[in-house]
Design a binder for this molecule. Structure first.
Ligand code: NAD
Length: 325
């Protein structure tokens, strides 16, 4: 008999897991992955042939944090018309000692907050300390979370943004206003010329940012490319940059480096897990002129890490619903 399964709703996740907790959880799990204490299992993602949906599992085990489980969900393009988010996910956490289900945690908000935490961790460790201008390429659901989290990592004075669909920019501008940062919609070239830190978070299949547009010393967090064929930045920019990632296997197969790898302009050995920087094994940025690039592909262990925070806090604060099977 288990102690009961903690059930944490979307609303409770939003109350319980803030950006700071997500940052700490994601930073810790990236460190554990680089030490070999935590590993992701092969991802399953299938077109199910119904409702145009893509459905899958991301799972893993963190031996350091004792987090075992999976995130199940995917993408239902028709959801928007039903008043629902197109991306849907739920996290299942198991007791690694017994295999019993421990928690069932809503995953939609957590996905956004853990993805924003990943780029924030990269900015914290790799961006120049004197970065002043934040560049945003992308203005969808994730972009709003990305902007809020990134803004906390440096003393940014301004946000410059470009999006393939300009009509989406006002929502991002409203976030900038809410956090007290001036916002300017600019061309892609202008964004590259001004920004010290650039986040890309789109569903693009063609490069939106070319190597020649980016100035020396920029840190770029490529967060949108999480599938074979997607691409947000010029492969020549990836080749020019010092490249870090959450997980090398994902980066070269479904992440932003897939194109530079295919072109032969970089090798797997040129990519450093960001966990090595977190663990002090790699120095990170080597000079003020170096272009650093973080390829955030999104790993299941990130989801488990933030879901574990939500489940533990919900239990501690007595707001968890409990069920037994
Ligand atoms: P969204 O639908 O809310 O926004 C989509 C964004 O991509 C917008 O900026 C839109 O203008 C742009 N876009 C749409 N179609 C495009 C096209 N054909 N070419 C170029 N740009 C296009 O989506 P979202 O939830 O903000 O997600 C954005 C991206 O981030 C998606 O690709 C998603 O798969 C990815 N994502 C990655 C992670 C991760 O961990 N790395 C996590 C969640 C989402």
């Amino acid at each position: 008999m288990s102690d009961g399964i903690v059930v944490v709703t979307e609303a409770d996740c939003q109350k319980l897991v803030g950006r700071a907790q997500a940052f700490d959880a994601v930073e810790a799990v990236f460190g554990a992955m680089a030490r070999g204490d935590a590993y992701n299992f092969p991802v399953i993602r299938e077109a199910i042939g119904y409702a145009d949906a893509l459905y899958g599992f991301k799972s893993g085990f963190d031996k350091a944090g004792l987090t075992l489980g999976l995130k199940s969900g995917g993408y239902w393009p028709g959801n928007m018309d039903k008043g629902l988010t197109n991306h849907q996910s739920t996290v299942f956490l198991f007791n690694p000692g017994t295999g019993q289900l421990k928690a069932l945690v809503a995953g939609n908000y957590l996905t956004a907050v853990r993805t924003a935490a990943a780029s924030s961790v990269s900015i914290a460790h790799l961006a120049r300390k004197d970065a002043k201008v934040l560049g945003m390429i992308g203005a969808g659901h994730q972009a709003q979370f990305q902007l809020r989290a990134a803004a906390e990592q440096r003393d940014f004075e301004k946000v410059v943004a470009w999006n393939p669909h300009p009509d989406m920019l006002p929502k991002l501008a409203a976030v900038a206003e809410d956090i007290g940062l001036p916002f300017e919609a600019v061309s892609q070239e202008e964004l590259g010329a001004q920004a010290d830190v650039i986040i890309t978070i789109t569903s693009a299949f063609e490069p939106l940012l070319m190597a020649d547009w980016v100035k020396p010393g920029t840190h770029i967090a490529c967060m949108g490319t999480d599938t074979k064929g997607k691409q947000e930045v010029d492969a020549a920019l990836v080749a020019k940059a010092t490249v870090f990632t959450d997980e090398i296997a994902q980066s070269i197969s479904i992440g932003e480096t897939q194109h530079a790898i295919a072109a032969g302009s970089i090798k797997e050995g040129d990519i450093t897990p960001i966990g090595d920087v977190i663990n002090g094994k790699h120095a990170g940025r080597a000079s003020a002129e170096e272009i650093t690039l973080f390829d955030g592909t999104g790993v299941g262990l990130q989801d488990l890490a933030v879901a574990d925070v939500a489940a533990n806090l919900a239990a501690e604060q007595g707001i968890a619903q409990k069920v037994t099977l």
